[in-house]
Design a protein. Sequence first.
Lengths: 302, 338
Amino acid sequence: MTTSQALMPKTGIRYWPGRFVRGIGRFLKLMSRNKTGFVGFLLFLGFVLMTTVGTLLVPKVTSADITAIYEPPSKAHWLGTDSQGKDILSQIVHGGWDILQMALLTGIISTFIGVALGSLSALVGGGFDAFLTMLADIWLTIPRFPLLAVLATLVKLDNMLFLALLLSVLSWAGLYRSIRAQVFSIKERDYIEAATALDLGMWHIIFSEVLPNMLSYIAISFTFGMTSAIYAQVGLVFLGLVPLTRNWGVMINLAWTQGAIFFKDSVYFIMAPVTAIALFQLSIVWMSRSLEEIFNPRLRTG
Amino acid sequence: MNAGSGEYLIGARNLVRMFGSRRERVTAVEDVSFGIREGEVVCLVGESGCGKTTTGKMIAGLLKPTTGQVFYAGKSVWNPRGDRGEDFKKFRLGVQIIHQDPYASLNPSHTIYQIMSAPLLHHKLVANTHEALDRVIELLTTVGLSPVEDFLYKYPHQLSGGQRQRVSVARALTVNPRVIVADEAVSMVDVSIRVGLLNMMADLKRNLGVTYLFITHDLAVAKFFAWEGHIAVMYVGSIVEFASTPQLINNPLHPYSKALLAAVPEADPELTRSKARVELRSQDIPSLLALPSGCRFHPRCPYFEPGLCDVKRPELLPIGENRYVACHVAAREAGAVS
């Protein structure tokens, strides 16, 4: 018994704060294995903090100040001011949460739809699979963004959850196809057959044998779902089709229509949201590298 | 052979398995019958594509036979409607399979401990994770993976092919199987590791009374592993000869068995020179889509008799104590009556 106790996994801390801290520690350790991924993770964390905690530190500017239009960056205005003399930094800080929340929501919903339908399709097979695959093929031929633009004129897209749902539904087919292909390949492997012979049950086979082998893929799809959702949303806002409160997309729209075409002074106004979006996207793409390593033990060496 | 009788622990009767759609059907296994006694080894030998693995999977219950029946402990595995019989659960755990490819048979995302504790905990063979760990340690030691702490929390990709194959065996042992179907279990392992692995598996037979269906294309391995058991020689979907290992090695009757034996290289040059040469008429294995008429072996057979072999299909006839051969010529010479 003594030797086996020494070999027991996860011995020691049993009360939850300790376990929680230990879990975070392990997560950070795994995240930091890939340098690029860790930088992406820190950047992502920075964006999340900026748009949540940051809003408490940077006051929201509501009134215009005509004496300070298009000021370059200074001590008072770190990123300069816009066409109405409002502080740009404040707008960046207050205008990001919308985008982040929507990106996360869309990522979660679209990944869920893709994974659920894809694995179900591959495992059930038959007519169900044939029908869904045909539907997906037709769906993939529909150009997503023009359809969104047309829809936006018909339906009022001012609800965040609704917009996320719409974006996810429109983008289900791609992930569905790849998850279906993955499950098809994995379910024929020998270790699935061994699990069948050991009578471990359908539940175990799906969640413990098939799913873990797709997790890194799913994590990456999730991040790409997020980035494409951001582009879609910003694009819609930029075209003025989605009347959301002032966020990065609206800022680009305003900067574009109110000055960027005419005044070179407005460069800070238009570049600030563009850079914010680009950096945020970059952070997600980089972070996906670490996620890949976390979920694929073969990539962890040493 | 009456595979369903209580004499045999596991057996097959008239197993047939076809693949493909109605338009293009391939018969991978046609009419295979044999039985294995408790604690015995039966080797299924034949060249690739002859239906060894398909037979093995049907014996392990992983493939449903198109027609025919599998018997386990005197009871049929599939009921008349083709569904799982009443004792299927007992059969399912009682017969385990070890795959050929040690790189594909272990889930790459689990540690060895996770792989082995899953069946223990799922079937409540142990009370808690502590007992599971004890049992995993015991089993890893049984299959010769010690010191266990070097393996418990490793991932499969960190182990060698031979070590992985040992883990596969240990995983099969978690549910205390009575029969192990070893499907080319050593053919993808380095030659230097092979004997150790075979000896370990032979120890399981001796100490735990495990019954084996040992599938291999290598007669030398069959001879080494199943000297006290039987060998069934398969050729394009059917058994052509069934005999005890010493009989088959020393005195093969079917021309295909003779050809297989002649192809085994001997270390002794004297022996090689004196060994009976078998001149096949053709080296080509027939396509499963266009099987030859009559005896499947007749286009290659040196004993071919026109008008008999290419017309009439030879049956697997008894020609002695637990010895069967499916050849018109060999059966006639052995004095069998059909």
